[in-house]
Ligand binder design. Structure first.
Ligand code: SAH
Ligand code: SF4
Ligand code: F3S
Length: 436
């Protein structure tokens, strides 16, 4: 039996689906209980030091299990595996195999080798488009909402970020393959697809005849059966006028965009190598709101980047005030090995950074609540995903990607229904289905 644990972002979630399918192919069914497993695989994240430490914490637990069950095979994949490679085998002698972010297709052989007692490490990058076709597309199971990978990797090299180092260069998948996968999903009853990539709006091989990202959106929107289209994550520098137009005139495109600013201060943005200014970011936000007045924005913010002083931090707060994000993910800067910013002098103490994070989060909480309250009385198009976690109501998402609960029959899963919002709480909307 396989115990597979996934850390980090949607790319890893998507890779884990492939890993589970590959392991089924060699006879490992999945179990949620590591005590029942004879194969443990961790798909890891290295975005911040804490994320990496969690992996080592988990490995410590499995080391004890291996002492009791010497036949247990332990493998580490994902971004920490890519970053550490051979070092991981040395640091953790009980680990049998280490597979990088481009090496999932080797996993069946690596597990076979481990069964025969051989330890292995595979972390070579595979920088060509063929790697999208190494796996069967996982569309047979259906469901309400699915992610479809359209590009992988990142060429932006933001000064703080490890992703380009552990995921490699940007590669786009051919539009024909993307359309084929979405058509298969629609045929299996999927209602919503989210086009996925580290930097999705720089999609495009730039080969003659291949579409760019706005053109890809229009192609996918034509597929019958798909009611709603989303994409994530976007880089502000690649928000083109053509992409903004899509929000005005593709009815299936949900009115939501995740558009991380990272900071509201020009000097910090420059140090981060983000490739846009505060004014350019705000201009794009204004153009998005003009094209689609209902649009909801979410974002990511980093506090305590080297060189951020109180005044720079105030600029971040004022940008948040101007944008009015529906929700915001925020992090304390964490120096990552091999990145440019890891060598920057950093004068602000951790307590000060923590204080900034708390102030930022308190400010966002107020904005989120006010925005949720402002939706009371409005009618939203809600895609019903199924039962809520408590099991006593339905859970769905508005076009703006806000979670909503309401009473109704579970057989409504997969439908897009008109829902009147009756209450706007901090983390959820409450609504009533108007008609089915
Ligand atoms: N490709 C996406 C997501 C990158 S990782 C994008 O470009 O937006 C998700 C978020 O983690 C980033 O947006 C950033 O806010 C945060 N992050 C990345 N590296 C970080 C670091 N070294 N320290 C703190 N936060 C970081
Ligand atoms: Fe990291 Fe920047 Fe690439 Fe996003 S765009 S993955 S933050 S390097
Ligand atoms: Fe983490 Fe790797 Fe994703 S570092 S955020 S799992 S690309």
């Amino acid at each position: 039996m396989l115990y597979l644990e996934t850390f980090g972002c949607q790319m890893n979630v998507s890779d884990s689906e492939k890993i589970a399918a590959l392991m089924r192919g060699i006879g490992y069914a999945e179990t949620p209980d590591p005590m029942l497993a004879d194969l443990i695989l961790l798909n890891t994240c290295s975005i911040r030091a804490k994320a990496e430490q969690r992996v080592y914490g988990h490995l410590g637990k499995f080391k004890a299990m291996k002492a009791d069950r010497p036949g247990l095979i332990i493998g580490v994949g994902g971004c920490v595996a890519q970053q550490e490679g051979e070092r991981l085998l040395k640091k953790a002698p009980f680990v049998n195999l280490v597979f990088g972010t481009h090496n999932l297709h080797l996993l069946q052989d690596m597990v076979g080798a481990a069964q025969g007692g051989t330890r292995s490490v595979e972390t070579d990058f595979l920088d060509d488009e063929g790697r999208f076709d190494l796996f069967p597309a996982g569309h047979a199971e259906g469901g309400v909402s699915k992610f479809v990978t359209v590009m992988q990797g990142c060429d932006n090299f933001c000064a703080y970020c490890i992703v380009p180092h552990v995921r490699g260069r940007e590669i786009s998948r051919s539009a024909a393959k993307v359309v084929e996968e979405v058509e298969a999903l629609a045929a299996a009853g999927v209602t919503e697809v989210t086009l996925l990539g580290q930097n999705v709006n720089s999609y495009g091989s730039r080969k003659a005849g291949e579409p760019d990202f706005p053109e890809l959106l229009r192609l996918v929107a034509q597929i019958d059966g798909i009611r709603r289209l989303r994409f994530t994550t976007s880089h502000p520098k690649d928000i083109s006028p053509q992409l903004i137009d899509c929000f005005a005139d593709i009815p299936k495109l949900a009115p939501h965009i995740h558009l991380p600013a990272q900071s509201g201060c020009d000097a910090v943005l420059k140090g981060m190598n983000r490739g846009y200014s505060r004014a350019a970011y705000l201009d794009k936000v204004a153009a998005l709101k003009a094209a689609c007045p209902r649009i909801q924005l979410t974002g990511d913010m980093i506090v305590g980047f080297p060189g951020e002083d109180e005044e720079a931090f105030q600029q971040t707060l004022s940008l948040m005030d101007e944008v009015q994000y529906a929700d915001l993910f925020s992090f304390i800067y964490s120096a990552r090995p091999g990145t440019k910013a890891a060598g920057y002098p950093d004068e602000v103490g951790y307590a000060e950074k923590q204080g900034r994070l708390e102030r930022l989060q308190a400010a966002q909480k107020k904005i989120t609540l006010a925005r949720n309250e402002s939706l009371v009385g409005s009618v939203q198009q809600v895609l019903i995903e199924g039962l809520s976690t408590s099991g006593d109501s339905l859970f769905g998402r508005t076009g703006g990607n806000r979670g909503a609960i309401m009473s109704g029959d579970p057989s409504l899963a997969g439908r897009v229904l008109e829902v009147r919002i009756v209450e706007g709480l901090q983390t959820i909307l409450k609504g009533e289905i108007l008609h089915v």
